[in-house]
Design a protein around this ligand. Structure first.
Ligand code: FO1
Length: 319
């Protein structure tokens, strides 16, 4: 079976670890990764969501953080600070720097991001095919108003330095409108037997992937059933601050609201947590098959059970 998953960062990567456990030998998983979180620092291109998937599935992730490398040291970061060269609010560790140096060097040599990602994954062997949503530069910015007035800040500054404490007035994937899907993205979607939307951030992760011209249409028109898993449990994001960016696009932080935000034109099935059993009827009424199952990714077996439930729902939808 050919499975395609649109994935963001931490939640998406953790889900994929369970999906790998749940699939049968011979099944192929293609991950279309969000690159809207990318940031250029110290002359280097940093791809947080691609790296989180690569490190998590490749065994190099800092497990508690969900981002960055295990067994990290911070000498380069300390030296940059000693030179007074910022920003100092984004934690790049020494091991992680090597990834960004190799990536930036390959891009400077003319390789597209998709080729660079394939090369980096050659070391990490994540067990999935990881393709960036686009080879073109797309960076999500957030419009806010604070004491400095109304302005746009890079998503990472909003997320990491500002802790999403100020209201997000708009989320803008800068560059998406003129970007193209990376090679292989549309083909993977067209050839998929199942398409999954993991419990990633529906706005800045899944939403950004769908904002690349052609991808939303490809998923909507795909022969494969499309099944998503709610990132909202009991009215709150399981992790992260998805509710902050959901508000920016006028979507309530609720399991049914997120499904309706994706829409029946895109989704064939939707899993909500057992805590949100009451939401099933509203999602079904919208023409999206819905089921309540445990959605807390407490460990790999629990996540594998979620993945199996999603694949099961896809099989029922297809039937
Ligand atoms: N998240 C933080 O909350 N603080 C950090 O200092 C931080 C550094 C960082 C460095 C590399 C990387 O790949 C990810 C990093 N993240 C950090 C996480 C990042 O903001 C998120 O993974 C995504 O962009 C949102 O999903």
């Amino acid at each position: 079976m050919r499975i395609v998953a649109l994935a963001g960062g931490i939640g998406g990567a953790r889900f994929l670890r369970g999906l790998k456990e749940a699939v049968a030998p011979g099944d192929v998983i293609t991950v279309i990764g969000n690159t809207g979180d990318d940031i250029h620092l110290f002359g280097l291109k940093v791809c947080p969501d691609l790296d989180t998937v690569m490190y998590t599935l490749g065994g190099g992730i800092h497990e508690e953080q969900g981002w960055g490398r295990a067994d990290e040291t911070w000498s380069v970061k300390e030296e940059m600070k000693a030179y007074g060269v910022g920003p100092d609010w984004f934690g790049l560790g020494d091991r992680d720097f090597a990834t960004h140096i190799v990536r930036t060097q390959m891009i400077a040599a003319g390789y597209p991001l998709s080729a660079v990602t394939e090369a980096l994954c050659h070391r990490w062997q994540p067990g999935v095919r990881l393709i960036p949503m686009s080879d073109d530069r797309i960076e999500t910015h957030v419009r806010i108003t604070d004491e400095q007035g109304s302005r746009a800040v890079h998503f990472q500054e909003y997320w990491v330095r500002l802790h999403a404490e100020v209201a997000a007035e708009a989320i803008v994937p800068v560059g998406a409108d003129t970007a193209e899907p990376a090679p292989g993205v549309l083909e993977a979607i067209a050839e998929a037997d199942v398409i999954l939307l993991p419990p990633s951030n529906p706005v800045v992760s899944i939403g950004t992937i769908l904002a690349v011209p052609g991808i939303r249409r490809a998923v909507a028109d795909a022969a494969a059933p499309v099944v998503g898993l709610s990132p909202i449990v009991g009215g709150a994001p399981v992790r992260g601050m998805a509710d902050k960016v959901l508000a920016a696009v006028g979507v309530e932080a609720a399991a049914d609201a997120v499904a309706l935000h994706y829409g029946a034109g895109l989704l064939d099935g939707w899993l909500v947590d057992t805590a949100d059993e009451a939401a099933v009827a509203a999602v079904e009424a919208a023409g999206i098959r819905c089921r309540a199952v445990p959605l807390m990714m407490t460990d790999v077996p629990a996540t594998a059970a979620m993945a199996r439930a999603a694949l099961q729902l896809a099989a029922e939808v297809r039937a």
